[in-house]
Every structure is written in C-alpha cells, then in structure tokens.
Design a protein around this ligand. Structure first.
Ligand code: IPE
Ligand code: IPE
Ligand code: MG
Length: 248
C-alpha cells in the first residue's frame, strides 16, 4: 500500500507546523556554501505545501526566519531575504492555482522593504483563496509573540476597554499573531535537532512533536505522509487516562 493511502483523511491534523532545519548541513555535505542549502530548500517548501493542500490540511505554518537568525553572518541573512522575495514572486501563481492563501506571523516591519512589499503583495493577491492557509513565520519568535500579546492587552486595560479579570486563555490566544487559527496539532522538525527554538510556545501546548533526521532540502511528500501516519497512531490523551479514551 502506498503511503498516501495509509492516511486516514477523517483524522487529519487541521494545522501542521514545520521547523525547516538542516539547509546548512545539507550544503556542507556537498562541499557547498550554506546559501546553496537554502536555495535547495525551496523545493521542499513546495512539496510540503502541495501535499498538505492535496490532503486537505487547513493550515500549514513554516518557520522560515527566527528573530535569532539575524545573528547569522550578514551575507547569509541578505541571501535569505533575497531568496524570500524571489520565491514569493515566483510562487504566487502556483498558490492561486491551488487556492492557497498566504499569511505571515512575525514582525515583518523589521524585514527589508523589498521583502516586506513582496510579501504584502502576495498576501493581498492570494487573500481570496480558501483551500489552505500557508503561514510563513518570518522574523518570528514565540517570546516576541507572547510579549506583544501581553502589551496589546495591557494597552486595552489602560484604555479601559478590557478589565483585568476578563483576561482568560481565549482572550490571550486572540491577542497572539495566530489569532483565529486552530493550534497546530502536529509539529515537525527536520535535521535531527530535538528543540523548539522559540517557535509557537503557547500554541503547541498540546501538539504532537515529530522529529526526523531528514535534512530540510531532502524533505518530500512521502516525509510529510510519514509524519501524519505517525501522528495518527498516537493516543492524544489531553490529561485523561487511556482507559477513559478507549472505554476499556
Ligand atoms: C534552516 O536551515 C533554515 C533557516 C534557519 C533559515 P539552517 O540554515 O539552520 O541549517 P543548519 O541547521 O545550519 O544545518
Ligand atoms: C530554527 O532553526 C529557525 C528556523 C527554522 C527558521 P535554527 O537553525 O535557527 O535553530 P537553532 O539555532 O539550531 O536552534
Ligand atoms: Mg539550523
């Protein structure tokens, strides 16, 4: 049986998040500069996006650039930003052909103007699409997200439009960059690292974590199917006992 047909389409995660990692090592293995790895990661982005949309996943969030990634060599940061503009421009048509809406989370106002403009245009040009939402996490970190949410709520309290006793989990969730999106049920990280690297800390409170040694530029549709099949074999207990869930 091929991998795709092993997936139970009734039990798909509504939201999958991916920490795309390992581009640098992929390039190094080939004796090439790190940027070569980033360029080859674009195909993996396309494969993950297409396969998630084909299956019927509603949200796919890709960690593309963290607030910490500014600390990389300037040449690499510049190359990543240029690749972002280039890829976005090239992919708008494919996104529209597949009815995929683009959104971002992160402080995009700190991105170079060219990157920000290309991004805002792509968001606008794909805003009518309904099949899947592709969320690019750009200049994102979870601590930034949570701090911004706290600041927004503090401003509302100061203005008198929110009472402190009305702050609850729903209000807080709606102040985050992911407002309106379901929390990711499956978080994938490639390249063998088993850490979260400041990604979606609040939102992954109950996500299933899946770590694969595959380096991001090698990630193909089958790898996404593997992750989903693995997810579907887990028992998600949400604090309950296994017996409560199975009735045994
Ligand atoms: C992920 O690959 C891409 C970004 C963080 C932008 P890396 O560039 O982190 O690759 P490794 O981890 O050094 O191999
Ligand atoms: C996490 O990868 C950020 C992105 C995938 C964009 P990194 O490669 O930057 O993470 P660390 O530094 O190894 O934790
Ligand atoms: Mg890395």
């Amino acid at each position: 049986m091929d991998k795709k047909s092993q997936i139970n389409l009734e039990k798909l995660p509504r939201h999958i998040a991916i920490i795309m990692d390992g581009n640098g090592r992929w390039a190094k293995e080939r004796g090439m500069a790190r940027v070569f790895g980033h360029r080859n990661g674009v195909k993996a982005v396309r494969e993950a996006t297409e396969s998630a949309a084909e299956l019927g996943v509603e949200y796919l969030t890709l960690y593309a650039f963290s607030t910490e990634n500014w600390n990389r060599p300037e040449m690499e940061v510049n190359a990543l930003m240029a690749l972002l503009v280039d890829t976005i421009k090239k992919e708008i048509k494919t996104l529209n052909d597949n009815s995929i809406r683009l959104q971002t989370i992160g402080d995009i106002f700190k991105l170079p103007e060219k990157s920000r403009k290309a991004l805002l245009k792509a968001i606008e040009d794909t805003s009518h699409n309904t099949r899947m939402t592709l969320v690019l996490a750009l200049n994102y970190s979870a601590k930034w997200d949570i701090t911004e949410a706290a600041r927004k709520l503090a401003i509302q309290v100061k203005r008198g439009s929110l009472q402190p006793e009305d702050v609850n989990e729903d209000v807080f969730s709606n102040a985050l960059a992911t407002a309106g999106m379901p929390d990711p049920e499956l978080l994938i990280r490639t390249s063998g690292e088993a850490r979260i690297s400041n990604f979606l800390l609040w939102q992954i409170a109950y996500a299933e974590l899946y770590f694969t040694p595959t380096l991001w530029p090698d990630f193909r549709k089958e790898h996404l199917y593997d992750a989903i099949i693995n997810f579907q074999h887990r028992e998600r207990r949400f604090g309950k006992t296994s017996e409560q869930l199975t009735g045994s």
